[in-house]
Design a protein around this ligand. Structure first.
Ligand SMILES: *Cc1c(COP(=O)(O)O)cnc(C)c1O
Length: 394
């Protein structure tokens, strides 16, 4: 092979000197947490997405947890999400004592199938077990069919939390993902493999004042400090906050927010770069026995992941063999995702093999190949050459 061996992960952060500089400045400032960088970071995301309220937290998992709390999910309630997602999208329900169910995917978009969702809703209505919350996941950065899901929510009376962990910078029907036009809340993740990073971090966005108050409260111990809302007791008592419910400490630090704020400046550049890489792969891999994720017309994916589905009828390739051979060549592919209900924890709750057939079939064919803004043309050529070698085309 022309190129020497490389080591390319399926995803990674992009950190420049200016990112490092802003973190150092914050470390030298008066506040390294609960300072000015948090609202600045929140404002930059709010204005980018065109949404009214936003609360930065220490992970998207935390954002999902407080979102469930903010919408009043609890024991006796049900949350539905896609089978093809990271465990956080459903764990958030378990954490508040609710139960979970899963919707199968559309085999082309790899997102929650709205026809499966609709069928399941019709059944649930008859059986009196409708979900209180549905969590669509914008898989790999492509928005779900939010308009359809929103229409169903109006008929069946559920709330919507978009898990946009992959999708900051994406577009759906001419609006940024995160605008919450078709949802109650949208969350993003800032883990290093995602589109922008704060190390660990996340945010919950909403247009509802009521939900916003709840998110803010649950992020920080169930405490608020609004004078006019304080319970009045001894008029001589001097005190400046009150705890009114049980909450957590899910706050982001100013160190992380400073990094996030600087990364926001590069968001559009990151997404364009990812889309260029996707375009390269689309054509470079087009003659290989692979299928790619179908991109719907009225959305723009961020390509957090570039997922291929292997044609397992081709020669005698297996997913395991391709995975191992590519890894040996330094292409650190991954699989997104094992259907969540195939995790032992969910198996123990009673879910079993065959529950979401499309998600299971996809899982057996899927590979996420390297895609991140700092990839060079030589990296991309290397991936192409290795793929051709492993699939015995060269
Ligand atoms: C990464 C991810 C999360 C969790 O994000 P963290 O910030 O790591 O907590 C949740 N949902 C999806 C779909 C993700 O990819």
């Amino acid at each position: 092979m022309a190129n020497t061996k490389k080591s390319l992960n399926y995803g990674r952060q992009s950190i420049d000197n200016d990112d490092i500089q802003v973190v150092i400045e914050t470390l030298k400032s008066d506040f390294i947490t609960q300072g000015p960088k948090i609202p600045q970071f929140e404002n930059s995301i709010k204005s980018y997405c065109g949404v009214k309220f936003g609360f930065a937290v220490n992970s998207a998992t935390s954002a999902l947890h407080i979102s469930c709390l903010a919408l009043g999910l609890g024991p006796g309630d049900i949350l539905w999400t896609s089978a093809n997602t990271f465990v956080s999208s459903s764990n958030c329900a378990i954490l508040v004592g609710a139960s979970v169910d899963f919707i199968d995917i559309d085999p082309d978009t790899l997102n929650m199938s709205t026809s499966c969702l609709e069928k399941k809703l019709i059944k649930a209505k008859t059986n009196n077990c409708l979900p209180k919350i549905v969590v669509p996941v914008h898989f790999a950065g492509q928005s779900c069919d939010m308009k359809k899901i929103y229409e169903l929510s109006q008929i069946y009376g559920f709330k919507i939390i978009e898990d946009g962990s992959h999708a900051i910078g994406g577009i759906y029907k001419n609006s940024p993902v995160g605008s919450c036009i078709y949802s109650d809340i949208c969350v993003f993740s800032f883990h290093p493999v995602k589109i922008i990073t704060t190390g660990e971090g996340g945010i919950a966005l909403t247009n509802s004042k009521q939900i916003a108050e709840n998110l803010k409260k649950f992020r920080s111990h169930g405490i608020h400090s609004e004078k006019q809302k304080m319970r009045k007791r001894d008029p001589e008592e001097i005190w400046n906050y009150q705890q009114v419910s049980i909450g957590l400490n899910y706050r982001m630090t100013d160190i992380a927010a400073a990094l996030g704020l600087n990364q926001m400046k590069k968001l559009n550049k990151f997404v364009s770069k990812r889309r260029e890489i996707a375009k390269f792969y689309d054509s470079a891999l087009s003659n290989l026995p692979l299928k790619k994720q179908y991109e719907i017309k009225d959305s723009k994916s961020t390509y957090h992941l570039y997922v291929v589905r292997l044609n397992l009828n081709y020669k005698n390739i297996t997913q395991k063999k391709v995975y191992e051979e590519l890894t040996k060549l330094g292409i650190l592919v991954n699989i997104h995702y094992i259907p969540v209900y195939r995790q032992p924890f969910y198996e123990d709750l009673g879910f079993s093999l065959g529950y979401c057939p499309e998600s299971e079939k996809y899982f057996k064919e899927a590979l996420s190949i390297p895609i991140y803004p700092d990839m060079t043309l030589s990296d991309l050529e290397y991936v192409k050459e290795c793929f051709e070698q492993v699939l015995n085309l060269k």
